[in-house]
Structure formats: C-alpha cells, structure tokens
Write a protein that binds this ligand. Sequence first.
Ligand code: ZN
Length: 351
Amino acid sequence: MTAEGATFLSTKARLSYLVEAPPPDGATLEVAPGIQWLRMPLPIDLNHINLWLIEDGDGYTLIDTGFPASSCTAVWEALEATLLRTRPLRRILLTHYHPDHMGCAAWLQQRYDIPVRIAARALPSAQFIVDGPSPERTEAGVQYFMAHGMSEARGYFATLAEMRRKSPLRMMPQVSEPLVDGTSIAIGHWQFRIIETDGHALAHQSFYSAEPKLLISGDQILPTISPNISLSVADWGLDPLGDYLVSLDLLAGLPADTLVLPSHGRPFTGLHARIADLRAHHLQDLALLRENISSPISAFELMPVLYGRQLKGFNIYLGLHECVAHLEHLVRRAEAQREHSAEGHYRYRLC
Ligand SMILES: [Zn+2]
C-alpha cells in the first residue's frame, strides 16, 4: 500500500500493454507521435512515476514533474544535456497536487521561468501539502482518529510528525492561469480535452485526445493499482468514493480502444475492462464491510476486515482514511448509519 493506492491487478487477458518493459529509470521512450514517456524514479515506497513530454513548437509541454528529491532533480539536470538540449521545457501541466506529481514543479518553474498550470480547485490542497500540517490541523487529525476508534491516536500522530518533518516539499509553484474542466488545450499537433474528477484527489485532471484516441489518465485510472480513496478530517462531509465511482462512469464514456497513459505502470488499452474491475473492487469492499457491521463498530475496528491484516506505520493513516471513505459512502447509500456516542466516538451500524 502506498499513498497513491494499493496493488490491484486485472486478470492478464483484460489489458493489453503497449510495451513489454518500461524504459529504464530516467530514460524516455516515444509512445505516440511527439509524446515521450519519461520514467522518473521515486525515493518512496512507490518506485516510479510516469511523466509525459509532448513536443510543442520548439519545446516540450511537460505533464507532471516528479518528487521533490535529489534523485528526481538529478534526472532533470541530466536531461538538460540530452533530450532538453535542443528542445527545452516550455510549460508544465499538473494532473493533481500529490507530491510525486507536483513535487518538482516549483523547482523547474524557477530554473526555466516557465508557466505551471493545474485546476483552480486543487490550489488550496496543494498549498496545504506545501505548508504541512499546522498544530490546529494536527490536533483535528488526532481527534478524528480517536473519534473513529483509534484510542492511541495522539502517540501515533507524534510518530507521523517525525516523518513529515523530513518531507522536502516546501515550494509552491506560481499558477497564473488554472486549467479549466471541459475546455480544450492544444499541445503541439495534439488537441486534448480536460476531464476534471474527484475521488483520488480533489480536482484531478485527465487529458483526452479524440484523434488519435489517447488518455493521459494521471492517477484516476491505473493498470495495477487501485487509486487511494481517502476521507480525511479536512474533507469531512464529502463523499470521495461516490465521486470516484462517478468519475469511473464518466471515463467509461470514452472509446474502448483508447490508449491509456497512466502515471504508474505501463501504457495500456482495455480502458473499459479496467474501469469495470476498479468499480467491482470497490463494490466488493463495500459488501465486505456490510457483512462485518454486525453491531455498532468503529472504522478502526473494521480496518483488519477490509485489509485482511493489521496495518502498520503510515499504512494505518492511509487505511483508516480509506475505510472511513467506504463507510461514509454506505451512509450516503442509506445502507449504514453513523452513531455518535456522548464521548464523541463514531460507530457504524447497518440500516
Ligand atoms: Zn495521486
């Protein structure tokens, strides 16, 4: 399990991969006319991210940027002497604000004096990631975890604070012109429609070209990972799982033979099969939770049911948020109820 999601495979025959193997770390491979796939190594549990360099006039438009770490900036510096020597970066588009996508954006922006664009609705979340949690926000997180059944949340958050102090993401790119949902953007000879969806990250944007059929899917559709769906205290009141399922319906409206360029894993065709599998996976999780809500029970107590094991470390943080997202979706569907005890504890029961 990583911050971007947990491994979840489709059966082999359902997806058809463009290539047998990805390019080596830091190297590029042309996957469509004028589109270079750059495999960027990541210094986190998830070992790579795919970035897309699209020929645009005398330079490149770059989609996503890598993690804010020297291993990623070293790749960018090396590319200055090769790929970018004759064709420099001209602008950056971000699918969403997660650190492996946005992490080098400010650094590249300052280095090359180029514009960075992302959805306007993503900007507050992006700023929050850059600022890190304030004492008030951390306390709200502690209270949230305690309410959802983790009695030792205070000690647990103290260990998280230690991990976060090491986070190097402390620079926010300047965004003068946000990207607008439903509009078209020309990149070289490509014409992309912007498709904005919620669920994995607020205001995540995918880029769809109708001719030839190609979807730069960000983290919304991944071939081997079920994208993380979290309901944190900051988003309380939203229904990220419901939003994600709606996004799957929306993307299922694209042609079945669309080539998908995902942020993790290899480019593939089989969009409809993958969407069906991701949807079924979440419906199965919902059914599993329903079966195990026998008496009023907390999200924390239900986590081993959902994951089949006791989670450790940062996975508890991810897992509880994802478990709450599923439980709150059951509440939205009027299949479960949330009870509040006098002590401020939340417990779920079936309707
Ligand atoms: Zn993400």
